[in-house]
Design a protein around this ligand. Structure first.
Ligand SMILES: CC(C)(COP(=O)(O)OP(=O)(O)OC[C@H]1O[C@@H](n2cnc3c(N)ncnc32)[C@H](O)[C@@H]1OP(=O)(O)O)[C@@H](O)C(=O)NCCC(=O)NCCS
Length: 171
């Protein structure tokens, strides 16, 4: 199977939409898919291409100079477990490192809510080096949110916070 990873690309949400729409166990109904699509369009996104089609993608939301969130990633169901998710995540991590990002993290359903599809998701991230940081019970309206994190690189940024950063962290 010949898969090509391309990215970071912008404005590619329409290519990602069919992948999300075909995974209702993770991304819910049409209105929740549309909310993802609106956000993804402005985010740097890596796409896995198979026969010219989008087989999977990964979108990144940079939160500050040091940390970036794996905002969403998805691979077409019939292609799961063939190494596409790993290739997307590795390409995204390489790019984040090249921009000086030290930590990659993600939010996913916490283990206190039993739900088998998201257990698979947590196993995927764990296998790729992400570790559970904290389960937040009130961040999302109805579900516990688990934050998982991976250290990508030693910091190259200045060792002292800027005044703006210090004030922001006190808010
Ligand atoms: C999570 C997801 C992106 C992983 O993509 P993938 O291409 O299936 O994953 P890979 O084949 O690259 O798996 C890499 C490693 O992760 C682990 N892994 C992946 N799926 C797993 C599963 N179902 N159970 C246990 N471990 C799993 C394995 O260690 C695997 O390596 P191996 O196959 O050599 O054992 C994909 O399954 C998916 O689209 N899931 C639905 C959406 C989702 O959960 N998105 C993330 C939250 S936004």
């Amino acid at each position: 199977m010949s898969i090509q990873i391309r990215g970071p690309l912008f404005g590619v949400a329409s290519r990602c939409e069919p992948v999300l729409a075909a995974l209702p166990d993770w991304f819910g109904n049409d209105s929740s898919v549309q909310a993802y699509v609106r956000t993804i369009d402005a985010l740097p996104t890596f796409i896995a291409e198979y026969d010219g089609q989008c087989a999977g993608f990964l979108a990144i939301k940079q939160q500050n100079p040091y940390a970036a969130e794996i905002y969403v990633t998805a691979v077409r169901c019939e292609l799961h477990r063939r190494g596409i998710g790993r290739r997307l995540l590795t390409a995204a991590e390489d790019w984040m490192r090249s921009t000086g990002i030290e930590y990659a993290y993600l939010k996913t359903l916490g283990p206190s809510r039993e739900y088998e599809p998201c257990e698979r998701t947590r196993r995927f991230y764990f296998a790729l080096g992400y570790r559970p940081l904290e389960e937040l019970k009130r961040l999302w309206a109805n579900d516990p949110c688990l934050i998982m994190v991976k250290r990508l690189a030693d910091g190259t940024a200045p060792a002292r916070m800027t005044n703006d950063e210090a004030r922001m962290s006190n808010e």
